[in-house]
Design a protein around this ligand. Sequence first.
Ligand code: AHR
Length: 503
Amino acid sequence: MKRANVTVDKDFVIAKTEDTLFSSFVEPLGRCIYGGLYEPGHPTADEDGFRQDVMDYVKPLNLTMNRFPGGNFTSTYRWEDGIGPKEKRPRRAEVAWQCIETNEFGLDEFAKWSKKAGSDVMMTVNLATRGVLEAMDCVEYCNFKGGTYWSDRRRENGFEEPFGYKYWCLSNEVDGVWQVGQKKPYEYGLLAKEASKGMKLIDPDIKTVLAGTSSRWSQTFPEYDATALTEAYDFVDYLSIHHYIGNYDGDSASYLAKPISTNTYFDQAAAAIKYVKTKLKSEHDVYISFDEFNTWHNIMQEERFEEKWRIAPPLLEDIYTAEDALALGGMLLAVLRHADVVKIACVSELANCISHIRTRNEGGAWVLPAYYSWLHYSQFGRGTAMQTMVKSDSYDCAEAKDVPYLDAQAIMQDNGDVVLFAINRSLDEQLDLNMSLRGFEGSFEVTRHIVLTADDPKATNTEVDPLNVVPTENGNAKCSGSTVTAQLDKMSWNVIYLTAVKE
Ligand code: AHR
């Protein structure tokens, strides 16, 4: 059996975890919206065409906000296409995903859907092929009370009260050659600054997000980020970064080690921000907005070009399995571990494409194993991220040397309870966990030990077998004094809930 020790001290905290860390991303891509969130005529659709079977999986995630509408989709999007009477909306050739966009679901529908889901919206404006004025118009439509052209258009469209969207992305991945409207960093930095300035003059309460490099493997990272930020630093509030990981070559041991690179990416992006702040001698703080991340195996598959100009075809619908629950889980723990610098995190995407919530058109909805690590993160990740010191047996793999079998992160809940998230990366052995709690008053008792595991890393859930890989409360964690012990199943995701005992 492998062994690992964990130490958590009450005095050593990282930061509070912001509510905005519990967010997602919705793009009119494939069947994310059409056939996912929205399918008029579906047996579970409500009066707005919103699928309630999907809503039933979304609501427990308690998402603070959903980023919309992109994504690559944004780079040629006209937000005005998605407002007002549906019959007047234009059909467009949507070039990012090579589909026909009917615009039946747009900004107005997403406002309604989000309200019903209990979430806020994080809007992305198009600065790739449009300009500052269109971005300001969008803020005026969404957030201005009334008495102006765009705010009155909103009211005519049935929304008397402003939406009051607080978070605004200044375009998406404009560093990428795959975007129409790709920008050099200096050019983009200037544009982002002017857009942010104009948008904040319409609504001074908004926060804006500068689009950084789309991948840490990009040749231009972190130079692109630092150059663009240098132009816009005092005018923006967040730097956006994106990260997808996948099991590209069937090597599960390496795959489970990949979230280590998420941690490195945060450190590097935070260093770029700090460098610019230092260079400019600014008092202002910019934080990381990790507004797209997930597992994505067929990232290089250009399926969008296989058959063009379809309406809502099934795109980017990888089969995700039990091992993805640990891979996404590892990325989520990296987010919590960097709660001092990462303040927004949006799991990409909410339904069907690159998603762990799945549907069949006219059929059922079900969830894949990684849905549960995301759910637990959202249920138990709110509070204070604690420094979590891990000393673990380790392994070597193609991805990295000396990979600890244990990945762990503790969160102190606002009521004083402590939750330990723990991943056993070993594909074939249990892990003997010993956790010391230091400096806490009173004692704890283990009230839950949730375990998600499977004998086969490729086990998954389907519409006909939706409960094949689900969490159980079967864990064996025990607490005695200030020590918690547990045997973690091979290849498992664990949540150990320690209730503070009042003495
Ligand atoms: O989530 C799919 C795509 O991945 C997004 O549209 C884009 O921003 C990223 O490259």
